[in-house]
Design a protein around this ligand. Structure first.
Ligand SMILES: Nc1ncnc2c1ncn2[C@@H]1O[C@H](COP(=O)(O)OP(=O)(O)O)[C@@H](O)[C@H]1O
Ligand SMILES: [Mg+2]
Length: 243
């Protein structure tokens, strides 16, 4: 089934995902229902272990969910076969992982250019574009450095550039400011918002970092594998008053 609603980037309905089996069965996602709209930055918050990374991974098509439906821009992602899914993800999704996942044998600019090379860009064009993004992230002088020569914060910004470089319609970021000082964290989230939030695009950010909440359009709270509420940023107190 393909739902087509113009302003919905991500639609999750009753999404479930378990790990392990028997006594060790762990319901990481216990029926997630969530809409993410185009033109918004949604922040996803909740205690450690509640399923945030798992939810990002199934939305991004990195993990398959067990039950329920996920539509990305109207496309049912479970309906895609592996190759088609990889192509769809390559074109439409940018992912900045919590652990950066940079390739140690590649330089900063080579790492940042990966999504473009996968899409078939020439190396020269891909490196030019990736270099521009790294420059915007304040890493213009470190293009040819290897990850091991860079600080955690610098590596995180390369991961950011890699998530954004192909201008995907959906960017998902897992704790993107955890290795950054407050000022740098605000700078990269501000840049993320400018680059990746457009009328036809959306961003999901998992974070614990209350210093960046004011960049959110909405905040979704997750607990025990479910979204328990979503609030328009800045209206938290009003919402609590209404409950
Ligand atoms: N690959 C995995 N194998 C087994 N259990 C996992 C795996 N990934 C996550 N989990 C479990 O699923 C639950 C949710 O994890 P996660 O999505 O990483 O939470 P969060 O990102 O909110 O801290 C946790 O109990 C975690 O231990
Ligand atoms: Mg996590």
């Amino acid at each position: 089934m393909n739902l087509q609603q113009d302003n919905v980037a991500v639609q999750c309905r009753g999404v479930k995902k378990s790990f392990g089996q028997g006594n060790a069965l762990n319901h990481a996602l216990a029926g997630v229902t969530l809409d993410v709209f185009t033109g918004e930055m949604l922040m996803l918050v909740g205690p450690s272990g509640c399923g945030k990374t798992t939810l990002l991974s199934v939305i991004a098509g990195i993990l398959n969910h067990d039950d329920g439906e996920i539509h990305l821009f109207g496309q049912d992602i479970l309906a895609l076969r592996n190759n088609a899914k990889a192509r769809f993800r390559g074109r439409n999704v940018g992912f900045a992982f919590q652990q950066f996942n940079l390739l140690p044998q590649l330089t900063a600019v080579e790492n940042a250019a990966i999504p473009l090379l996968v899409l078939g860009w020439s190396r020269r064009k891909a490196f030019d574009r990736a270099g521009d993004f790294l420059d915007k992230m304040g890493l213009g002088k470190r293009l040819t450095s290897y990850p091991r020569e860079l600080s955690g914060g610098q590596q995180q910004r390369i991961a950011f550039a890699r998530a954004l470089v192909h201008e995907p319609k959906l960017v998902v970021c897992d704790e993107p400011t955890s290795a950054l000082d407050g000022k740098t964290g605000e700078q990269v989230i501000s840049l993320l918002k400018t680059i990746a939030v457009r009328p036809d695009r959306a961003v999901i950010v998992v974070t614990h970092d209350s210093r960046i909440f004011h960049f959110a359009d909405r905040i979704a709270h997750m607990e025990d594998g479910k979204i328990i509420d979503t609030v328009v940023a800045g209206t938290v107190l009003i919402d609590q008053g209404n409950v």
